[in-house]
Structure formats: structure tokens, C-alpha cells
Write a protein that binds this ligand. Structure first.
Ligand code: SAM
Ligand code: SF4
Length: 340
């Protein structure tokens, strides 16, 4: 029997036709980056968005305010591109922290510049960071990111812990034949320093469209590698909308996460909504459609009109990413331009 669904989103929050409600907002603050990770960007970079296309700091804060006060968003994660390249980042964080009913605020970053910025960001109101680091080896780091900046990332992680941005989380992508022997060394590194590590399966979101499923290191492979050194028990605390399946390491309290977006999709529990640096709402990393809010905002739309556009965009959220569908099409924007 076909389930009848209304054509318009009901209620005040960011509901979709499949019963999910988005409360977690990812805000891309720039599509630019100072690294060139091979699985994300080509060596020469991309055609960056022109400055007038980018939301201003005040526009970013206004849209976050709309999301929090009219749409029920409780968590805001700044990302990019590389969000630490956004000059106004600390002031954006401070302004969002001053909103009544402030959301939790997180940052996903490659860590370059964090040694200098972790303390001011914490002081401005940032709650936590996820720092991406795919290898413990500086030479491999250079091969993967095409930049010799391993030490800067390690210093950024340490500064985040010193600044109280706890727990400091680390994200790692394993690539076949490049760093696929690093599951254990990366967990050793994270345990030594007290960071919470999460592995992410490589997704078809690279600008070069080079992703091949058979080359992807699966969550199962990562767990098998970790089990050669550690015992892993399923984490009894619930997963909710969180993408990482977590495991308790050697009896705890430390945990390790695996985000198996491709081999074990969690779309049914997804609670994400996304805002690109040029002001488009995306209901999913993989959606083909997006809804421009910048045009309406600059044409003088009220908060409620903006909220209404956002609700409609989320109502159309697809059921899942469809990577396994033979008709799957990679979205036109790469991960770095959507906000990872
Ligand atoms: N530049 C920041 C960083 O690297 O953390 C934020 C943006 S980046 C797009 C966010 C996360 O997406 C990083 O942890 C990165 O490793 C991950 N990522 C990038 N491309 C990916 C891909 N094709 N598949 C899976 N993860 C990817
Ligand atoms: Fe930059 Fe992050 Fe993409 Fe690496 S993964 S190129 S750091 S945006």
C-alpha cells in the first residue's frame, strides 16, 4: 500500500517525507582549502566561488539564527573547504554563541592554523573540533595532501586539547595501497594523546570523479585490522542520528568510530541539513537539487520566508544516497564545495 504523504511540510521543524527531522546543521564557510587531499581535490585546486557569491559573516549568522529559532536546529558544525581560512570565523562563532538558546558548535578542520586559533575559538564559544588526519607519517601526509604540513596538524590537535575543546576528535580516511596499513598506528596515536578517532569510508564526492567502490577500504576491513591489536565491543550507548558506529576499545573507556556511509548507510536516521558557502540549502550530501537562500535573503525576505524555503527544501530530502543504484549520479558539487 502506498503511504500518503502531504505535499507540504507540516509543523515548524525540518521534517521530510520519510519521518526524519533535521536538527544538525553543517555550514560551509568557504570552498577554498590549503591542502589538496587526493581523494577530495585536484592538485591545481578548483574554480573557487567568487567573493560576492559567498554569504557575508552577518548573512551566515542570520541564517543560523533562522535555523535555531524557527527550525529547531540544535547543533551547528562549521566546515568547508577549510573553515579556518575564513577570516571572520572567530567572530561568527562569537555571534552564534550570543544567540539566545545557543546551539552546540563544532568545527571540522584539517587543523592547519589551529595551533594559533584553538584558544581564541574556544574563548569565543566553540565547543569541539574534529581534526582530519589520515596518517601518522609526515612523508605519507605529504603524498596524500600534496603539502608538507603534518607537524602543523599534530600541533593543532594538541592546542585543541589544551584549549579545552574536548573530546578532541580525529577523522581518518584510509586509501587502498596508500595508508591502508594505518588503522592500528592511527588508533595508537589517538589513544596516546587522548583523541577520539573515527574512520570514514571514502565516498564518491571527489572533484575528479575517480572513486571506485572496489578500491574503497570498507568499515569491515578497518574493524578487522583494528582487531589484530585491540578488542572491540559494540558501544552500548545509542547511535541516534550519529553517523559513526562506535566500538569500545580494550574494555573502555576509549572508543573508536567507523563511519561506513557506503557499505552500511545510515540514511534512515539522518538528521542533517546543509548550508553551502554561497547560501544554498542541501538536504543531503548526495542530492542533485539545492535551494538558494542567498537570493531571497538579499531580496529582503523575512526570517519566516527564509524558514519556509528551508522547510520546503528539506521536505524533498531523498530517502537515501543511492550509491548502490545503477542510476547513481555523483552530485555536481564536490565534497569541498558542499561542506563535509
Ligand atoms: N577541510 C576540512 C577537513 O579536511 O577536515 C573540512 C572539510 S573536509 C571535506 C571534511 C571531511 O571530509 C574530512 O575529514 C575529509 O577527510 C573528508 N572527506 C573529504 N573527501 C572525502 C571523500 N571523498 N570521502 C570521504 N571523506 C572525505
Ligand atoms: Fe581540504 Fe579537507 Fe578536502 Fe583535504 S579533505 S582537500 S583538507 S577540504
Amino acid at each position: 500500500m502506498t503511504r500518503l504523504v502531504p505535499h507540504e511540510p507540516p509543523g515548524a521543524g525540518l521534517a521530510d517525507r520519510f519521518g526524519r527531522v533535521a536538527t544538525d546543521l553543517r555550514v560551509s564557510l568557504t570552498d577554498k582549502c590549503n591542502l589538496r587531499c587526493t581523494y577530495c581535490m585536484p592538485a591545481e585546486g578548483l574554480d573557487w566561488l567568487p567573493n560576492p557569491a559567498l554569504l557575508t559573516d552577518a548573512e551566515v549568522v542570520r541564517l543560523i539564527d533562522v535555523a535555531v529559532h524557527r527550525l529547531g536546529v540544535t547543533d551547528v558544525r562549521f566546515t568547508g573547504g577549510e573553515p579556518l581560512l575564513r577570516r571572520g570565523l572567530t567572530e561568527i562563532v562569537r555571534a552564534v554563541a550570543a544567540l539566545p538558546g545557543r546551539p552546540r558548535m563544532m568545527l571540522t578542520t584539517n587543523g592547519i592554523g589551529l595551533a594559533r586559533l584553538a584558544a581564541p575559538l574556544a574563548e569565543a564559544g566553540l565547543d569541539r573540533v574534529n581534526v582530519s588526519l589520515d596518517t601518522t607519517d609526515p612523508a605519507r601526509f605529504k603524498a596524500i595532501t600534496r603539502r608538507d604540513r603534518h607537524a602543523d596538524v599534530v600541533a593543532g590537535l594538541a592546542a585543541s586539547a589544551d584549549a579545552g575543546l574536548l573530546p578532541v576528535k580525529m577523522n581518518a580516511v584510509l586509501l587502498r595501497g596508500i595508508n591502508d596499513d594505518e588503522a592500528v598506528p592511527l588508533l595508537d596515536f589517538a589513544l596516546t594523546h587522548g583523541y577520539e578517532l573515527r574512520f570514514i569510508e571514502q565516498m564518491p564526492l571527489d572533484a575528479g570523479h575517480t572513486w571506485r567502490r572496489e578500491e574503497m577500504i570498507t568499515g569491515e576491513e578497518i574493524l578487522a585490522a583494528l582487531r589484530t591489536r585491540y578488542t572491540l565491543e559494540p558501544d552500548p550507548s545509542t547511535r541516534g542520528g550519529a553517523p559513526a558506529e562506535t566500538w569500545v576499545v580494550d574494555g573502555g573507556p576509549v572508543k573508536v568510530g567507523v563511519i561506513a556511509s557506503v557499505s552500511s548507510p545510515f540514511c534512515g536516521a539522518c538528521d542533517r541539513t546543509r548550508l553551502t558557502a554561497d547560501g544554498a540549502v542541501r538536504s543531503c550530501l548526495f542530492s542533485q537539487d539545492e535551494t538558494d537562500l542567498r537570493g531571497a535573503l538579499r531580496a529582503g525576505a523575512t526570517d519566516e520566508e527564509l524558514a519556509d524555503l528551508w522547510r520546503k527544501a528539506m521536505w524533498a530530502k531523498p530517502a537515501g544516497h543511492g550509491i548502490d543504484d545503477p542510476k547513481f549520479l555523483q552530485p555536481a558539487r564536490p565534497m569541498s564545495a558542499i561542506g563535509g
